[in-house]
Design a protein around this ligand. Structure first.
Ligand code: 5AD
Ligand code: SF4
Length: 470
């Protein structure tokens, strides 16, 4: 860790140590334990950040609740990648305002990607002035300090930073699952795909030092973690910009060398940077899960160029087929976006062609959403709603057809599943995750949660299986 990061960690740790007595004072006045809730929108990176925010709240002494409605302190960790995430947040804020009217001492905080957008920050400050704390992605590490200030009576703490070189990681974490964890290996993105707001709200790419990553994973393993997911917007460019740092495939190898770790995942891979070396490392390390998320976005070379993706339709197909032939049984999932400016049915035909050739095991299909400040948003050839709907329906139908076909291939076979939770719909059943990221529901006791057990996939139900423990 850098000297400045070590200093910041020490400073925030001091704030964390102050928190219990500050909270106790408020609790004594109220004569009850105060509750808190962290509501997360968006990606795995946000989910991981929320575990850290919840860890700090818990070490302060708050009782954590799932729901924001009744909590004395609610923190919204936001996403702004598409407009529907923004709309969801504003809905929650409306409800928080109503509940704050009933309980004026309720504290409301907003953090993450949304307030990094200058226009959104202005809206939050002006239209939602009941919010007590706003901070962004670059100063998330300062949450202990902001919480101290809130508990000391300060209000309207609105702090957004334009950039940071800080990486503060050694603060308390409250993991959602005791047996698996995300691990940040890098932050930000340098790719500037023309539709995407991420480089603007998460800043330039910064990798953590590999020694710190390995140390964190060793610590996780010693507290019972069996599966880690290495997280970054573009893990294939891990280490760029740090002199002498190892590459992503080498990092994966070192993680696999940690004896007690049983499963390793990673997310997300940009197709333009996926090397033969990485394919080889996945092939040769059975601890690395048989799942690769490889965002296609579009199958049209013309659209891909306008998106600034740096690969063509043919390059993507060749890469995916090479991965399939080198790593038997691997599941390839993807993200596809429809309605990018100027898109026509001919472009969609190319996307359908890629889906048919690659046979994705699953795909997230998104409608293009204009993000302010990105080059695509100011184009005057936006696609009509009617055409977008038509494109979306045809892509979704094709994706579903191939996902079903792929899932059927494994029916009747036996695989190891990491049991994650009790099944929410069938009593006496648990849900396990296969190496290829698919879910299987099978009869089992909740004592199995956290263990890896062999399960026969008896029946494929489209995107999941009903199985039995063998
Ligand atoms: N509109 C729609 N989808 C988007 N994504 C990123 N930006 C946008 C946007 N402006 C999708 C991409 C990316 C996923 C995380 O979100 O498909 O891979
Ligand atoms: Fe956005 Fe492209 Fe970076 Fe992914 S790689 S976060 S889509 S800019």
């Amino acid at each position: 860790m850098k000297e400045s990061d070590i200093k910041e960690t020490q400073l925030q740790t001091e704030h964390i140590n102050e928190l219990p007595s500050l909270l106790n004072k408020v609790q004594n006045e109220k004569k009850r334990v105060l509750t808190a809730s962290v509501i997360t929108f968006g990606c795995q990176m946000n989910a991981r950040d929320s575990e850290k925010l919840a860890g700090i709240l818990s070490s302060a002494g708050f009782k954590l609740l799932e729901d924001d409605e009744d909590a004395d302190f609610v923190l919204y960790n936001t996403c702004t990648v598409r407009d529907n995430a923004n709309r969801k947040l504003y809905g929650h804020l409306g409800e928080a305002h109503a509940s704050k009217k009933k309980n004026p001492d309720k504290l409301v905080a907003v953090c993450g990607c949304l307030p990094q957008e200058p226009e959104a920050f202005e809206i939050l400050k002006k239209k939602y002035s009941f919010i007590d704390l706003i901070f962004g992605t670059h100063n998330i590490y300062a949450f202990p300090e902001y919480l101290c200030r809130l508990l000391s009576g300060e209000r309207h703490i609105y702090e957004i930073m334009d950039a940071t070189d800080r990486i503060v990681e050694d603060l308390p974490v409250l993991r959602k699952y005791p047996f698996k964890s995300g691990v940040n290996i890098m932050f930000g993105c340098n790719n500037f795909c023309t539709y995407c707001i991420v480089p603007y709200v998460r800043g330039r790419e910064r990798s953590r030092e590999s020694a710190d990553i390995i140390k964190e994973i060793e610590g996780l393993v010693s507290s019972g973690v069996k599966e880690v997911m290495l997280l970054g917007q573009n893990v294939n460019s891990y280490g760029n910009g740090i002199e002498g740092e190892i590459s992503f495939p080498e990092l994966l190898k070192r993680v696999c060398d940690i004896k007690e770790i049983e499963r390793v995942r990673f997310m997300t891979s940009h197709p333009k940077d996926l090397s033969d070396d990485l394919i080889k490392v996945i092939r040769d390390n059975t601890k690395i899960c048989r799942h690769l998320h490889l965002p296609l976005q579009s199958g049209s070379t013309r659209i891909l160029k306008e998106m600034n993706r740096h690969y063509s339709k043919e390059q993507f197909i060749d890469l995916a087929l090479k991965i399939r032939s080198e790593i038997p049984g691997i599941a390839i999932t993807t993200d596809i976006m429809v309605g990018f400016p100027s898109e026509t049915m001919a472009d969609i035909e190319d996307t359908l062609d890629v889906i048919r050739k690659v046979e994705f095991d699953n795909a997230f299909t998104f409608i293009y959403s204009k993000r302010m400040g990105t080059p695509a948003a100011v184009r005057d050839d936006q696609v009509s709603e009617e055409n977008v709907k038509m494109y979306f329906d045809s892509v979704l139908a094709c994706v579903q057809e191939y996902a079903k076909k792929r899932a059927l291939v494994w029916q009747g076979k036996t695989f190891d599943a990491l049991v994650e939770e009790e099944d929410s719909s069938t009593k006496g059943y648990v849900t396990g995750r296969l190496s290829n990221n698919m879910l299987v529901h099978f009869a089992g006791d909740k004592d199995l949660i956290g263990s890896i057990v062999p399960v026969k996939l008896d029946e494929c139900r489209g995107f999941y299986y009903i199985g039995s423990k063998v």
